[in-house]
Structure formats: C-alpha cells, structure tokens
Write a protein that binds this ligand. Structure first.
Ligand code: GDP
Length: 430
C-alpha cells in the first residue's frame, strides 16, 4: 500500500511533520523529487531537525529511507545530513539511494549562482542549490546518474564532453574560471566512495516490498503551486511536486498509490517570488510571521523570512484537485488563536469578475483577493486531541474551509509535535 504526502500550496505546509507522524505505521519512506533546496522541519524526541534530502522517516528504527530516482542528489550534503542526525544520537538510519538518481554536480551550484547574478533584478529567487541547472541537464541528457560513477572510462569521456560546452558558457557568458575534467573526475571518485554503501535498484526493492505487503510513504517537497506544469510558471521549481510524479520518481506503478494526503496550512506562506494573491503586508504580516509555524515563518534551508497571508480557498481547492487528494491534513491551526476575526480568501477578482477557479499566471498577476471574515476563537488549542473539544469557532473555520475546497479534512494538526494531531470524520469522505 502506497500513500503520498504532498503539499497543496507553495510548500512549507507541514509535510515533514505529517510524514514523520505517519512513518510510525510505515515501513519505507521515499523522497521522489526535488533536492536540498527546501527543507522539512521535524520536532521529535531527539530534538528539532531541518531535513533537506533525507525523508522524514529517518528517526524511526523500523523504517527504510529511500532517495528515489526523481531526486536531485547532492552527495556531500546527504553525507553531512546523515552525520548531523547521528551526531545528535539518532541511530544510523537504513538508507537506500537509487542507482538511477542523478547527481547535483559542483558546477550546477555555480551555474545557479552565476545565472541569478546575471539576471539581477529579473532573477527567479533561486535558493542557488543548483536545482534548475541540474534538471536542465537531466532533460538535455547530459546529467550523470549515480550508476555512471561505476563506469570509469565512460565517465571520463563524458566529463570531457560536458566540460567543453560548459566552459564556453563559463568563459563567454559568465566570465568565470573554466573547469578541468580531470579535477571533476577526482571529485566524482570521492562521491562514489561516499555514496557506494547506499546504492541499489530502488524500483526493484519497492516492487518486492509491495508484494510483501509493506506500507510505503511517498514524501513530496514543495506543493502544487510550485509544479512546473500546473504551478505559477515560471516561478516554480524544476521537478513535479505532484503525487502522480511519485510513481515515476520512485519507480512504482501509478495504481499503487491508494491514498493522497494533501497538506494545507491554516493560513498561507510562501518563500521566493511569484504571485501570492492573499498576501499580507506590514504589521499584520509581521505578527503572523512571528507567531507562525514553530518559532516563526523562516525558510528551513535558507532562513529567509517567508511571505505570509490568509488562507486561500481558490489556490488550495486547485492545489488539492491536482494532487488527487483523498485526505487533507490541515496544519498549524493552533497559531491562529490570537485573532479576533480571520479573513479567508474565497475568490479572485480579475478584470472586474470574481472567480473561484485558479487561473494561468498572467491572469493570476492581476487577481485581487475577495475575503470573507470568520470569527476567531481567541484561545490556545494545543493539547486538544478530540475534534469536538476544539472551540466552536475553530471547528467552524475548519468546516467552512472544507466546504470551500471540497476535499475532506480528516486530520487537523494543532502543534509541531508528532502527537499534536486530531483525526476527524469528514462528511466529504465517502
Ligand atoms: P514542510 O516543508 O511542508 O515540511 O514544512 P516546514 O517543515 O518547512 O514548515 C512547517 C513548520 O511548521 C515547521 O516549523 C513545523 O515544525 C511547524 N508545524 C507543523 N505542523 C504544525 C502545527 O500544527 N502547529 C505549529 N505551530 N507548527 C507546526
């Protein structure tokens, strides 16, 4: 049985916490896309951790953590990440890396930086982790699979070819030092030594695991609105953030994915540039940012302050639809307890017309939010474990949003810890 945990919005919805929580009952947790450009924050018995490449199940002794072929693998960062958790007394996790996973090369990171510098004010707000150059090379068929580290002769030849084209750009477009294929080869041999203990045929491993009746969690990075096809192109990430891509990025049949848990935060937040219709500014934004998440809304990888706004029903309904949501996990609800009333974005006004359908980017840029104000509940809700025990206005908030987005909210998260979760029967659940 395969379950996917994915985001409905711009990322940072709390997928890490939900995955960590569901991992208790799972055997295998798979990262299937993205790279070390974003992070998941997890709070558990060992402390607070920001994970970038490792799946959020690494803290349990019983799980296997898998880096699927769809991931952008930064080998030194993965090794450091493993060390950073074992240094803090987490037992050495069982980790498998797909032999078909491609490697973030040192020059992908440099090219990411050089391109952002070149674009100046017109940049994409990249985290400069090399993700866009990595996926460009993957689809231009000049990327390197982990398996290629083990075929030295072919690797050497390919490095020479790749350096030829990259060096033209380095010299003439970016005016930066050129690369030497022999030095790159040495780096690759170092990468090989580091990654070799983990490499395997992940797809075959998962096939057997599914035959043996194991439970597999697919852990998505970012959310629907950052998907290169269905998101706010071009302010998107470079790999698909949708549950459907989980089948490809892990190497399993699509029909094995039986449950899609889409994580939605009780208000909105986004890192990086791009349209954000229900965005808040000024003091109201500062207050929500300061109170938000677990210790403020700041990026897990970059530390950048996140943009914040009210819950956006238009974006979330669309975000849930594209994921193929079977369950919504509604997170960080505890943070909203300070507000007298809580605006919710229920429509977009575009050229004088109101719509509840999420539009393409040029129309989205013109959209103005239509808000409905719901009464607040003015108290803390942490520690509550039963839905009926939440304040009435808090339940009304959840139920109003569920009705607007049209997907069943079956989990409500009211704190960062594993145990801070309320399961709920939804009228929308068939
Ligand atoms: P992800 O990328 O989707 O995993 O999200 P992040 O981990 O970047 O951001 C979510 C933040 O919210 C983290 O700091 C979590 O510890 C925190 N968090 C998750 N669920 C809850 C919740 O229900 N309440 C509160 N207060 N914080 C939460």
């Amino acid at each position: 049985m395969v379950k996917a945990v994915v985001g409905a919005n711009w990322g940072d919805e709390g997928k890490g916490k939900i995955t960590d929580m569901l991992a208790e009952e799972a055997d295998i947790i798979v990262r299937f896309q993205g790279g070390a450009n974003a992070g998941h924050t997890i709070v558990n018995n060992y402390g607070k951790f920001a994970l970038h490449t490792l799946p959020s199940g690494v803290f349990y002794g019983h799980t296997t953590s898998v880096i699927g072929n769809g991931v952008a693998l930064n080998i030194p960062l993965l090794i450091n990440e493993i060390k950073s958790i074992t240094d803090r007394n987490v037992p050495m996790p069982k980790i498998l890396v797909s032999e078909r996973c491609q490697i973030v090369m040192p020059y992908h990171i440099s090219f990411d930086q050089y391109e952002e510098e070149r674009l100046g004010g017109k940049s994409f707000g990249s985290t400069k982790s090399g993700i866009a150059p990595f996926y460009s090379d993957k689809y231009a068929k000049i990327g390197f699979q982990v398996s290629e580290l083990f075929a030295e002769k072919e690797l050497k030849e390919k490095l020479v070819r790749v350096c030829e084209t990259k060096n033209v750009l380095l010299e003439h477009l970016y005016h930066k030092p050129t690369m030497n294929p022999d030095e790159l080869f040495e780096t690759m041999m170092d990468y090989r030594e580091k990654i070799a203990p983990y490499v395997c045929d992940v797809s075959a491993f998962l096939d057997q695991a599914l035959k043996d009746g194991k439970t597999v969690l697919l852990e998505g990075q970012l959310g629907t609105l950052k998907d290169p096809d269905h998101g706010i192109y071009p302010m998107v990430t470079s790999s698909s953030t949708l549950a459907a891509y989980g089948a490809i990025g892990a190497g399993i049949p699509p029909y094995e994915i039986k449950q899609v848990i889409t994580v939605c935060k009780a208000y909105s937040s986004a890192v990086g540039a791009g349209a954000f219709v229900s965005e808040l500014f000024g003091d109201e934004a500062d207050e929500l940012r300061r109170r938000g998440g677990d210790g403020g809304e700041f990026g897990a990888t970059t530390g950048r302050p996140r943009r914040v706004g009210w819950f956006d029903c238009v974006a979330s309904k669309y975000g849930c639809r594209l994921q193929g949501t079977t369950d919504v996990a509604f997170t960080v609800l505890d943070v909203l307890g300070y507000l007298d009333e809580i605006p919710v974005c229920v429509g977009y006004e575009i050229d004088g017309e109101v719509t509840t359908d999420f539009p393409v980017t040029y129309k989205l840029e013109k959209a103005k939010p239509v808000f409905k104000k719901l009464p607040g509940w003015k108290c803390g809700t942490r520690g509550i474990r039963k839905y009926e025990e939440l304040p009435e206005n808090c339940r009304k908030y959840v139920e109003y949003i569920e009705e607007q987005i049209g997907y069943p909210i079956t989990m409500v998260s009211n704190g960062p810890g594993r145990e801070d979760i309320i399961y709920r029967e939804s009228p929308l659940k068939k």
